[in-house]
Design a protein. Structure first.
Length: 258
């Protein structure tokens, strides 16, 4: 799948960039230490501590926020499945003559919601726009039909219309969640600081004639994988970490409609 390939390429590019920064740091370090053998530049340890401390802080906050948004997106799928299921059951309160049309609209609406997120997972947000618009059109039809049906039975207003309102509101909430991410500058800063820290590690190694490749590889792998996981959390339908399995709840609701 192209999205998974893209995520893997991101990891590889960041991994290689980290290695390149370490190597660049080693060369600069050897040149600097060769000019004054036996002396360690003053403040080097302080700069490294500040840089790595800042990187750790930013990674912790960004990772925590991404994981929290991932959990909220899964909870929103559960909420939408419950809202559709509740509204479907409350159709029993409208006059029998109005029920067939409303139930048909509900089936088509639920199919559109399932297809919307299936399309996002397979082809991305842009490809799902037309399917989403179809679900919005069906929302309007359901609301208009329900309001007309409730005129014949006013007591249904109190129960059915609030349920429909929640069913409609959750779609806006979920749409907003797909666009709710930290500003891009946050990821730029994380990438820049990560590469700067890799450079400082290499610079420190430049004081020695040999470099420890296991340490370099572990550093590159840890930084790259952590940043990859953060992005995967932020876009849970485009990478390896996904919320697709929770969509089965909507499928089950649709199956209960017959």
């Amino acid at each position: 799948m192209p999205s998974v390939v893209g995520a893997f390429l991101f990891f590889v590019v960041l991994f290689l960039a980290t290695l390149a920064c370490v190597e660049l740091g080693v060369r600069f370090g050897r040149r600097a230490f060769a000019l004054d053998p036996g002396r360690r530049p003053a403040g080097l340890g302080t700069v490294e501590s500040v840089a790595f401390g800042l990187l750790a802080l930013l990674l912790a906050f960004t990772f925590s926020g991404a994981a929290d948004r991932f959990d909220r997106r899964r909870a929103q799928i559960v909420a939408e499945a419950n809202d559709i299921g509740t509204a479907w059951l409350r159709l029993d309160l409208v006059p029998p003559a109005a029920q067939p049309k409303l139930r048909d609209l509900f089936r088509r609406y639920t199919d559109a919601r399932i297809e919307t997120y299936r399309t996002i997972s397979e082809s991305g947000l842009a490809a799902a726009a037309s399917v989403y618009e179809r679900s919005v059109t069906l929302q309007n039809e359901i609301w208009s039909s329900a309001v007309a049906a409730c005129r014949e039975r006013p007591d249904a207003n109190i129960v059915l219309l609030p349920a429909l309102n929640e069913m409609i509101d959750i779609t806006t909430t979920r749409l907003a969640a797909t666009r709710f991410h930290p500003p891009k500058i946050v990821y730029v800063i994380l990438g820049v600081i990560s590469l700067a820290c890799a450079f400082l590690v290499g610079y420190e190694m430049g004081a020695s004639e040999t470099r420890s490749w296991p340490h370099v590889l572990v550093l590159a792998a840890l930084l790259s994988f952590t940043l990859y996981v953060i992005l995967d959390f932020e876009y849970p339908r485009l990478g390896l970490l996904r919320v697709d399995d929770f969509d089965e709840l909507l499928v089950q609701v649709r199956a209960s409609m017959g």
